[in-house]
Design a protein around this ligand. Structure first.
Ligand code: MTE
Length: 339
């Protein structure tokens, strides 16, 4: 296998990164041919040779997939008494490298992402493998609203009202075999729709598709959520439409987006950021204020609430992101080693 390429820009934001570097990176991405969806549209229409550049905005709005309202219940144990991050921030400040490495790239570049013919396959070490189609993602399991903290490894955080169902419900449906020990997740691979997948460098040095994994007991924990919506509606593309994982006690990179396959396995599966820089990103990646990232402290975080995106609203980071109930999953493990 090729030696992982260590990028100089991965998992940094314009808070951690000097503004000039950030701006240069964007210029560089542009020069390397990372173009927004509107430019792509312009290219194909341009082949027919009949439009002015401004015209291409018209079909774009028609194509934009509409977010549907979702019906859900609100179990009281998942409502937290912390200010929610406003919806416009949850949907415009994103990490989704398949659509670009800047925080505002996914919202801009995923506007035409098509999910209607989506399928999610559940297979591997199970008795009853199955495939869910797009409709079943929101109708097969009862939906709940859960307000969770999301703590990114880059030391910013949000409070998000997700809608979804427990991953455990999905896994039980497939009837895992005794030999299953881990769960492997895979994001869609579709370079046509996901410009960041077209070149290894442009996508942040990532080998696509983006992959993640959990131990089976972590996957079966009641907090582990398959999310199909937020703020009362289906998921926007930039947040991982049509279905993503949310593991609130782990750093955000474990919460893999736009999932097409969930496979039960007996071996610890490779995970994207660990494959890229194993000294910086572990398989477990439990939020732990005591274990610093090699390049920055994890003791506190910038909570994104109603202030500006870069407002200095710093709070202390909590062990397991405040979800202490998961501690028994790791009894006997030295959590300063298993980062
Ligand atoms: N999933 C895929 N497929 N690609 C990504 O780049 N980024 C991860 C995670 N899931 C990522 C992904 C990271 S680093 C974080 S912090 C969260 O998504 C961010 O989720 P959000 O944009 O909904 O806040």
């Amino acid at each position: 296998m090729a030696k992982p390429f260590k990028p100089s820009v991965h998992l940094k934001d314009n808070d951690v990164t000097d503004e000039s570097v950030y701006v240069n990176r964007r210029t560089l991405l542009k020069s390397l041919g990372f173009v927004g969806a509107s430019t792509l549209l312009a290219k194909s229409a341009g082949a027919a040779g009949w439009f002015w550049e401004d015209d291409v905005d018209a079909p774009k709005s028609e194509l934009k997939p509409q977010l549907k309202p979702l019906k859900f219940t609100q179990p009281s144990q998942f409502q937290i008494n912390e200010t929610r991050t406003p919806e416009d921030k949850v949907t415009t400040y994103n990490n989704f490298y398949e659509f670009g490495t800047g925080k505002d790239d996914p919202a801009k570049n995923a506007t035409e992402f098509q999910t209607n013919s989506w399928t999610l396959k559940v297979d591997g070490l199970v008795k009853k493998p199955f495939v869910l189609d797009y409709e079943s993602l929101t109708s097969r399991f009862p939906l709940e609203e859960r307000i969770y903290r999301l703590r990114c490894v880059e030391a910013w955080s949000m409070v998000v009202p997700w809608i979804g169902f427990e991953l455990a419900a999905l896994i039980k449906q497939a009837e895992p075999l005794m030999s299953a020990k881990y769960v492997a997740f895979e994001t869609l691979y579709d370079p046509e729709q996901m410009p960041g997948q077209r070149s290894r460098f442009v996508g942040g040095g990532i080998e696509y598709p983006y992959v993640e994994g959990l131990r089976l007991d972590e996957a079966m924990h009641p907090l582990t959520l398959m999310s199909v919506g937020l703020y009362g509606k289906t998921l926007p593309a930039q947040n991982g439409a049509p279905i993503r994982l949310v593991v609130p006690w782990k750093y955000g990179f474990k919460s893999i987006k736009s999932i097409v396959r969930i496979r039960l396995t007996d071996k610890q599966p490779p995970t994207t950021w660990n494959r890229l820089a194993s000294n910086e990103y572990g398989f477990y990646a439990n939020v732990n204020p005591q274990v610093a990232h090699p390049r920055w402290s994890q003791a506190s975080e910038r909570r994104i609430t109603t202030g500006g995106l870069l407002a200095r609203n710093r709070i202390d980071t909590q062990m397991f992101n405040g979800y202490q109930e998961v501690a028994p999953l790791y009894s006997g493990m030295d959590l300063s080693r298993y980062y």
